[in-house]
Design a protein around this ligand. Structure first.
Ligand code: NI
Length: 511
């Protein structure tokens, strides 16, 4: 039996994740990801007005609420029979709100969640600026963490280390611009109120278009000049992370950013399923199920279309996270999945931009299946989306409709498939007597951080951890760098720290 390492909680991610690995001869031989929070949002929705869904489900998460607003709204558009009738202006504005959140997330993830694994704030001298002093003082609280890279694994030269720390601070300002961009069209962030069934809540006039373009230009400059250079330097000094953290090579995406082209709706980032980098197939949502043999719910395999499994705290298992599977296979979701599917479908402008950036990093597409590959995928998305947002803004025709009216049917059902920054997000709804009868959400991290399924297949993060060589088992930084490359988000719903201590009646809801 190898040595066990438990990291609980994993810091600099969203929410409460526990990871347990077993190490033998300095190699990870087994890994377990555990979501230690029970998210019961679906239970809250039952019996409510269907229109509440796109507001309430945003409260699942303050970091990626727009993904839930989008998936929920698509499910409602579907249930109300209007999904093909949404005005073009509304699709463009919904996309702008959603893309602002993705761009924000790429910068947040790279600068504020990831970089402290690679830059050393303790190396920065005092007195360079009051801002830097303040940030260094704040960040060094991280030294209390039991797992930070040893001094000899902080490899960036002093000048690059300092420059990236400067950009860490600038990144905070740029994230604010991304939130302001979202607020122009969505009213506020988090928990925007622009995206609703039927379209969007407000018209966009010339002033808003101009304001949006101004914000986008500032964000674009940061992405193309600063973000790109900083990412390249991290890749240059940590090249082995192109080989570390590979998962199955199975990728799934629902596609995102619907647009009308010649009367047909097409997604700017297409849907699809890739097996082991080779076999491509079109997505068939009927193949999605959730295995729960290792999750604290009653049952073995459930279907999001109509099942809402009850929590079971006495069950053996190791996670509140379920194990979504497509045709019984485990998949990685997220930016790498979206890019690989777009690449395999030769969809532009993705194909050309992916080729350009892969060339800059001197890598082929299979290297997206790694720690650095996931960071590069996030950068490529931010770069393409910031340009595409400008195109979308210029396509808006303020004199045309932004909304169509609809009736809530007596009985109906709908499915809303979209993407959060972290990957595929799906909402399933059944309406009976004009009220929500059934609601299910499968979030991106449910795919990536899922426990083992009925067939013994690990989730994508577990798979990426297994086989990793850990140089210093007292300080397993490789493990943290791998986990963080997936940008996990477990920040959802009801709090349970230790399932054994909790009475079923005492689930505390905080969303
Ligand atoms: Ni989230």
């Amino acid at each position: 039996m190898g040595k066990k390492i438990i990291i609980d909680p994993v810091t600099r991610i969203e929410g409460h994740l526990k990871v347990e690995v077993e190490i033998e001869n300095k190699k990870v031989i087994d890994a377990k990801c555990s979501g230690m929070l029970y998210r019961g949002i679906e239970k809250i929705l039952a019996g409510r007005d269907p229109l509440d869904a796109c507001q309430i489900t945003q409260r699942i998460c303050g970091v990626c609420p727009v993904a839930h607003a989008s998936a929920s709204t698509l499910a409602l558009d579907d249930a109300f029979g209007i999904k093909e009738k949404i005005p073009e202006n509304a699709l463009l504005v919904r996309n702008l709100i959603h893309a602002s959140n993705h761009i924000h997330n790429s910068i947040l993830h790279f600068y504020h969640l990831t970089l402290l694994d690679f830059i050393d704030v303790s190396k920065v001298k005092n007195g360079i600026s009051s801002e830097i002093d303040l940030v260094c003082k704040f960040l060094q609280r991280d030294n209390h963490s039991p797992f930070i890279p040893r001094e000899d694994d902080f490899r960036l030269p002093e000048d690059i280390n300092l420059r990236i720390l400067h950009n860490y601070i600038k990144g905070l300002e740029i994230r604010r611009y991304a939130h302001q961009l979202l607020s122009i069209f969505g009213g506020k962030m988090p928990h925007q109120c622009g995206i609703v069934p039927g379209g969007v809540t407000q018209k966009v006039d010339a002033g808003k278009i101009e304001n949006g373009i101004g914000k986008l230009k500032d964000i674009k400059e940061f992405i193309e000049l600063y973000y790109f250079r900083d990412l390249k330097d991290v890749a240059k000094f940590y090249p082995e992370y192109f080989e570390i953290g590979s998962s199955y090579g199975n990728y799934l995406t629902y596609g995102i950013f619907p647009l009308k082209e010649n009367g047909e709706i097409k997604r700017f980032q297409p849907s699809g399923v890739v097996y082991n980098f080779e076999k491509f197939e079109e997505l068939n949502p009927d193949k999605i199920t959730e295995h729960i043999v290792n999750s604290w719910y009653k049952g073995e395999i459930v279907n999001p279309k109509f099942d809402n499994p009850e929590p079971d705290i006495d069950k053996e298992g190791y996670s509140w996270i379920k194990s979504p599977r497509y045709d019984d296979n485990a998949f990685e979701v997220g930016p790498a999945a979206r890019l690989i599917v777009a690449y395999m479908k030769n969809q532009e402008p993705w194909k050309k931009e992916i080729d350009n950036i892969l060339n800059e990093f001197n890598m082929d597409i299979s290297k997206l299946n790694s720690v650095l590959g996931r960071h590069i995928a996030r950068f490529i998305e931010a770069k393409v989306l910031v340009n595409e947002c400008i195109n979308w803004l210029l396509k808006i025709r303020p004199e045309d409709d932004f909304y169509i009216d609809f009736e809530i049917p007596e009985n109906s059902e709908g499915i809303g498939l979209s993407e959060g920054a972290r990957g595929a997000v799906g909402h399933w709804i059944i309406i009976k007597n004009k009220k929500i009868f059934h609601y299910q959400v499968i979030s991106p991290t449910t795919w990536n951080a899922s426990p083992k399924d009925k067939n013994g297949n690990h989730g994508a993060i577990e798979k990426a951890l297994i086989g990793t060589e850990v140089k210093d088992i007292e300080n397993p930084v490789e493990i943290l760098r791998i986990i963080r490359s997936f940008d996990p988000c477990l920040a959802c719903a009801v709090q349970i720290i230790d399932k054994k201590k909790v009475n079923k009646k005492e689930f505390i809801i905080w969303a």
